[in-house]
Design a protein around this ligand. Structure first.
Ligand SMILES: *Cc1c(COP(=O)(O)O)cnc(C)c1O
Length: 367
């Protein structure tokens, strides 16, 4: 197998640890000595049930998920959760409050509005989404059923560095782009969802974590008979996440990624690695006015770092030259422009070192 892999800064699907990729490669023809290939085995087989159990146990350990919380592996991406969360958690006449800190939370609110009249209590779209709110910058309504927020804003490169105040209401969190990479108090949330393809594995599987409150809400709304079966958390929960055929491949990769996390210092190790990577890149951005970081200092993301060139005409040159130098996936999202380096859990620090070295050479050549 050729290992001439590039330094991959893509926003997702994103780079995985090479050891995980090789473990998956080995399982393709024969999963765990069962004789069945990874993509060719029944989701009802004991061999695959062991994979599900292992993945759930590892997630519980690494993320300190309380015993009475439910873990699900669903499909449809985080985007389906925008709607599914509201559908399951809101009873008729109820609404939720949203902190709109980027393109994904805008989309989450749009879908939740299909269920009830949910509202943004903070929306920084006018300011170009360079920041996240502090407690006190917004008020959660007394009659809101829950507060939804996005911990890391993938497109803009901003991130909450505190647990946002929810006025005593349950917290619902889209953690797609920083799960298992930053401090996370699962017990302070009632629903957490994350598409796997940034920090945890491939696309096509979504990790969903439900509190007893969230499950009870889903059950109550299910009992009203209004929730389509496939969108019903209580159905998926009652079947141990195997109501229908899940993404078996994706769940296996998730198990490998969480095993890799456990072998490499657990959540603390992951946090330390991500901090080291982002410190390295931000110190380069702060070293010279050649670069113009997008996010306000106190809201900088450790996962997605976004910046412009002071001379914006240099950006396309940067992208061309960096690609030639073996640095891939650096084009910024169209809503921000410029350059974005996504450095999720699977991104090794060597890639960030190579990027910073390239940036210093680029500045020297072009200024
Ligand atoms: C990527 C992303 C999504 C969309 O995920 P899909 O799995 O493609 O639906 C949603 N929210 C956040 C924060 C993301 O980074």
């Amino acid at each position: 197998m050729s290992h001439s892999r590039i330094h991959n800064f893509g926003a997702g699907p994103a780079v995985l640890p090479l050891s995980v990729v090789e473990e998956v490669q080995a399982a393709l023809p024969n999963l765990h000595e069962s004789g069945f290939g990874l993509c060719e085995i029944s989701h009802r087989s004991p061999t695959f049930q062991a994979v599900v159990d292992s993945a759930m146990a590892r997630i519980r350990r690494v993320l300190s998920v309380p015993d009475d919380y439910t873990i699900l592996f669903l499909q449809g991406g985080a985007s389906l959760q925008f709607y599914m969360s509201a559908l399951n958690l809101l009873s008729p006449g109820e609404t939720a409050d949203f902190l709109v800190t980027g393109g994904w939370s805008q989309k989450a609110l749009k879908e939740a509005k299909r269920i009830g009249g949910s509202e943004a209590q903070w929306d920084d779209s006018g300011g170009g989404f360079r920041s996240v709110p502090k407690d006190g910058d917004y008020t959660i309504r007394k009659n809101a059923t829950y507060m939804h927020y996005t911990s890391n804003n993938t497109l803009m490169g901003t991130q909450f560095h505190h647990l946002p105040d929810s006025g005593g209401k349950p917290r619902v969190l889209d953690a797609s782009s920083d799960i298992a990479g930053v401090t996370l108090d699962v017990s302070a949330h009632d629903l957490i969802y994350a598409g796997a393809q940034k920090n945890l594995g491939p696309s096509g599987v979504t990790l969903v974590i439900l509190s007893p409150w969230a499950l009870a809400r889903a059950q109550a709304n299910s009992d009203l008979g209004e929730i389509p079966t496939m969108l019903d958390y209580s159905v998926h929960t009652s079947k141990g996440s195997l109501f229908n055929t899940p993404n078996t491949f994706g769940i296996f990769v998730l198990d490998c990624v969480f095993k890799w996390l456990e072998e490499n210092g657990g959540l603390e190790g992951s946090i330390a690695r991500n901090r080291a990577k982002s410190d390295l890149l931000y110190s380069e951005l702060d070293r010279t006015n050649f670069w113009v970081p997008h996010a306000n200092n106190d809201a900088r993301s450790v996962m997605n770092v976004t910046w412009r060139c002071a001379d914006e005409a240099m950006e396309s040159v940067f992208l061309t030259e960096s690609a030639t130098a073996g640095l891939g996936g650096l084009k910024g999202h169209r809503s921000v422009g410029g350059i974005r380096a996504s450095m999720y859990n699977g991104c090794p620090i060597e890639s960030v070192e190579a990027l910073v070295e390239f940036m210093q050479g680029f500045e020297a050549r072009h200024s």
